[in-house]
Design a protein around this ligand. Structure first.
Ligand SMILES: [Fe+2]
Length: 314
């Protein structure tokens, strides 16, 4: 099949092996979801049926509105990130992180986020993947809603793709102002001080994250920040001298037991990496609980978040 030239042009950025692997996995996912969703006896069909029944039951007992409010009003998390070796000129540099927007799930979220983002102060922004609600299918509603939201972010805005995102979504999102880091890095400067900002492709379903490629040619004397949809690459990140890893994917559990106890995270990973701040062998890490939600526009005991990471000298 002939590839759209704008998609084919991503091969030299992602790397040939990762590019081909991603196309194969995207194709396989489409086939699998189609087979499961058209077979009424499949696990997916049963899951969808149970989810619809759960919806109805929650509406009846008034729980739906409670969960919907928790989904719709993300909290702003502001945190200091102490980094050894941070140049004085980088003191206070603030990274805005949005993650797992899935904006096509519910039009209400974009409308709430726009004015909230207008009022924030930061130096650069990153969206750590998952722009679309479903794993496959039309991406246009997610692209249009994200493009609207990007008008409320001040540049530069970086992004990485998540397990819900396809290569075909990247050219229109880049045209709308998000610069994807496809196993790539950029050097961000303030005065004479430099910061390496690297991003890797999705490690969750596609396995197309390539840290060697992302850091190839990056200066060794500047702090390194890595953006990844999945936090589960933390061991590989330390092998590339990463100082700060920003990730998402887990939604912090999205629907949690009282006390925030995570029931489902969608990731095989020790519990401490599933939500919030963590460290591993001296590397700082943060897993966003997600700005949006997927599947259902509901959250329980797990607030959505917009995160401001303020770098300070450690
Ligand atoms: Fe997600």
């Amino acid at each position: 099949m002939e590839l759209d030239p704008s998609i084919a042009a991503l091969e030299h950025r992602l790397g040939m092996d990762s590019f081909r692997r991603r196309l194969r996995v995207e194709h396989a996912l489409q086939g699998a979801v189609h087979r499961f969703s058209t077979n009424p006896k499949s696990n997916l069909a049963k899951l969808l049926m149970r989810s619809r029944l759960l919806h109805q039951a929650m509406r009846l007992v008034g729980l739906y509105q409670i969960g919907y409010r928790q989904f719709l009003y993300p909290r702003i998390v502001t945190r200091d990130v102490p980094l050894a070796g941070l140049p004085a000129a980088m003191e206070g540099v603030t990274i805005l992180q949005l993650s797992d927007l899935h904006l096509d799930l519910d039009p209400g979220l974009g409308a709430i986020l726009a004015p909230l983002l207008d009022g924030l102060q930061y130096d650069l922004a990153v969206i750590t993947g998952d722009f679309r609600n479903l794993l496959v299918g039309p991406a246009e509603p997610a692209i249009a809603a994200t493009a609207n939201l990007l008008r409320h972010l001040r540049g530069p805005v970086y992004a990485v793709a998540g397990n819900h995102d396809s290569l075909g979504m990247i050219p229109p999102l880049e045209a709308a102002g998000a610069r994807f880091l496809l196993n790539e890095h950029v050097v961000w400067s303030r005065g004479n001080a430099r910061l390496v900002l690297a991003g890797v492709d999705d490690a969750v379903y596609h396995g197309t994250h390539d840290l060697d490629r992302a850091f190839a040619g990056a200066p060794n004397d500047a702090p390194r920040v890595l953006f990844s949809h999945s936090p589960a690459i933390y061991r590989e990140a330390t092998r590339h001298q990463v100082d700060l890893l920003l990730a998402g994917h887990t939604h912090g559990g999205q629907i949690c037991l009282p006390g925030g106890h995570i029931v489902i995270s969608g990731l095989r990973c020790p519990r401490r990496y599933l939500r919030g701040a963590w460290t591993y062998e001296g590397m700082q890490g943060y897993t966003s609980a997600g700005t949006g939600a997927s599947g259902v526009p509901l959250r329980f005991n797990c607030p959505a978040e917009v995160t401001l990471h303020r770098l300070v000298r450690g």
